[in-house]
Design a protein around this ligand. Structure first.
Ligand code: ZN
Length: 151
C-alpha cells in the first residue's frame, strides 16, 4: 500500500515511541540484574529512539494524524516464547539483544517496503532515511550479539 504523509508519520511516531519504551524497559531490566554493560547498550538505544521520536514530532508539527491499530507498530516477542517463559527468556542478555535486534529489523523492513511503494516523494524520502537508520541499529545490535554469547 502507498502511505499518505500523515499515515506514514503516524506509523513512524508510534514505532519510535514503542522502541523508546521497550529499550528503556530492557535497560532497567538489565540494570536490575547487574548487567551494566548490556544496560548501557539499551540506554544508548533508548536515547537514539527518543531523538528520532522528537525529530518525527517536529516534522509532524501541526499535521493531523490518523488513529492506528496497535498490531501495526507494537514490538513482537520471539515466536518460541510463551507468556510464562517470556520473562525468564528476556532476562538473558543475549536474548534481550536478539529481541531488540529483531524489532529493529522489523522496523527497517517496514520502512523499506513503504519507500518502495510510496507515491508521495516526501514519504519516499523519509522512509529511505528511516530505513537507513534502522539498518544501523540492526547492525549495531548484531555486533553486540556476537560479543554477548547465549548463556
Ligand atoms: Zn531503531
Amino acid at each position: 500500500m502507498s502511505y499518505s504523509l500523515p499515515e506514514f508519520l503516524a506509523h513512524a511516531l508510534a514505532m519510535e515511541e514503542e522502541a523508546a519504551e521497550r529499550n528503556l524497559e530492557l535497560a532497567d531490566m538489565m540494570e536490575a540484574h547487574n548487567n551494566l554493560e548490556v544496560a548501557g547498550i539499551f540506554r544508548d538505544m533508548h536515547r537514539f529512539s527518543t531523538m528520532h521520536r522528537d525529530s518525527i514530532r517536529e516534522r509532524i508539527g501541526k499535521i493531523e494524524l490518523p488513529q492506528l491499530k496497535s498490531w501495526q507498530y507494537r514490538w513482537v516477542a520471539p515466536t518460541e516464547i510463551g507468556d510464562e517463559d517470556g520473562f525468564d527468556y528476556m532476562m538473558r542478555p543475549h536474548n534481550a539483544l536478539k529481541y531488540a535486534r529483531d524489532n529493529e529489523e522489523r522496523a527497517m523492513l517496514f520502512y523499506q517496503a513503504v519507500a518502495e511503494q510510496a507515491d508521495d516523494p516526501e514519504v519516499k524520502r523519509l522512509a529511505i532515511e528511516f530505513a537507513e537508520e534502522e539498518k544501523e541499529h540492526t547492525e549495531a545490535l548484531d555486533g553486540w550479539l556476537e560479543r554477548v554469547p547465549p548463556s
